[in-house]
Design a protein around this ligand. Structure first.
Ligand SMILES: Nc1ncnc2c1ncn2[C@@H]1O[C@H](COP(=O)(O)OP(=O)(O)OP(=O)(O)O)[C@@H](O)[C@H]1O
Length: 224
């Protein structure tokens, strides 16, 4: 489904070219639950951004379902990003002047989900994440962990085909983190492809495949 061929990402300064990613070859099939691990700065977030169509400044080939991303117009890429991907960021990227409820609702509005269906999906997520009492609060009225939960609820609300998660449990305590990983596992069983970057081997063990990165390259590719 996702195919990356010889992806390079580099930054040119006056005297030298610094590679952030070098020669990444990676195919991810529908239904995989893949984890990117590796030391800080190794390029995990950069790779997730490229896969999630948030960064098109790279060299190499990237195709989804056999269609080359590079041949698409910006509008097509952006439509694909909205329709196929759910993205959980390290920083939560919640919309400050929307309530918890409205933040979770945003991707459902993009996808044209009916009002009654939206209500039921959001009620279910609020319940699952024990956030019902917080639904009318604004992001700044929540703790860091709660904001992260809202970010996760928003990313999965639209049932994206591909869920990308960058250190999804970074601000959560271990019981909450485990719960989120259980939710991911459930989504994955229902067919969602998941690619997460994490420093937690425990989180990685919920997945089906582990990619260890080193110096902007793939060092090991392990089936779990
Ligand atoms: N726009 C940019 N300009 C210059 N350097 C960049 C840019 N974006 C990323 N980098 C560098 O690329 C490297 C990889 O960053 P990235 O955020 O992908 O790492 P990471 O593996 O996700 O790290 P962490 O585990 O800390 O989140 C870092 O050294 C970072 O400073």
């Amino acid at each position: 489904m996702i195919s990356l061929g010889n992806i390079d990402k580099f930054i040119d300064s006056r005297f030298q070219r610094v590679f952030i990613l070098k020669g990444i070859n990676l195919s991810v099939g529908q239904g995989e639950f893949l984890t990117l691990m590796g030391p800080s700065g190794v390029g995990k977030s950069t790779l997730l951004n490229i896969i999630g169509l948030l960064d098109d400044d790279f060299e190499g080939q990237y195709s989804i379902d056999g269609k080359s991303i590079q041949n698409m117009k910006d509008k097509q890429r952006s439509a694909l990003h909205k329709s196929e991907f759910g993205y959980i960021f390290q920083a939560y990227h919640l919309i400050d002047d929307l309530t918890v409820y409205e933040n979770i609702e945003t991707p459902l509005l993009y996808r044209g989900v009916s009002a009654s269906e939206r209500k039921s999906i959001i009620a279910d997520l609020l319940d699952r994440f024990k956030m019902v009492a917080k639904k009318d609060l604004f992001p700044e009225q929540l703790s860091g962990g709660q904001q992260q939960l809202v970010g996760i609820a928003r990313a999965i609300a639209g049932k994206p085909r591909i869920l990308l998660a960058d250190e999804p449990t970074g601000n959560l305590h271990s019981a909450q983190a485990k719960e989120i990983m259980e939710v991911f596992k459930e989504l994955n069983k229902e067919g969602t492809t998941i690619i997460q970057a994490t420093h937690s081997r425990e989180n990685a063990d919920f997945g089906t495949r582990l990619i260890e990165m080193l110096d902007g390259r793939i060092d090991k590719d392990i089936a779990l």
